[in-house]
Write a protein that binds this ligand. Structure first.
Ligand SMILES: [Zn+2]
Length: 152
């Protein structure tokens, strides 16, 4: 009379294999012919995807949209020395710091463009400032993944 233990596989009716065994895994295996294939090279696709590991492309936690392009333009301007310190130090610029990139980057790019012509079109500059101030109702948190000029 054996004492039943926790997690023991019943052997009544013959040995049916451990649930951890390769044989048990093979029983639920999808045959190669039924497996979803990559749309480019017909290798087996990654689970839940249409492509294989090679053709999935680079993984990114950030969507390609969502203001990333504007953020990159701001980065290029900064590296070219075209982001004026007078603009970066303004409360308008700083008030946008806590917003997500999708809102922050386009507003700041608009600020840069309006700043460029603030002597010629002061009303446009004032309008861009007003829109940015309306966007940032309350000061947000610092963003540790953004560049320093984005956190000013
Ligand atoms: Zn592929």
């Amino acid at each position: 009379m054996a004492v039943e233990q926790l997690g023991e596989v019943k052997r009544v009716g013959g040995w049916r294999g451990s649930p951890n065994s390769l044989a048990a895994a093979m029983r639920n295996r999808v045959p190669y012919s039924d497996a979803r294939k990559c749309k480019r090279c017909r290798a087996i696709a990654v689970r839940g995807q249409d492509h294989c590991r090679t053709h999935l492309g680079r993984w990114s936690p950030l969507s390609p949209g969502a203001g990333r392009g504007d953020s990159r333009i701001l980065g290029k301007l900064e590296r070219a020395g075209l982001l004026p310190l007078e603009l970066i130090a303004l409360p308008v610029w700083r008030s946008l710091a806590g917003l997500p990139t999708s809102q922050r980057a386009p507003a700041r790019l608009a600020l840069v463009q309006a700043w460029d012509k603030r002597q010629v079109e002061p009303l446009h500059w004032a309008k861009a400032q007003r829109q940015a101030l309306d966007l940032a109702v309350q000061p947000g948190k610092r963003q540790f993944t953004a560049w320093f000029y984005e956190n000013r």
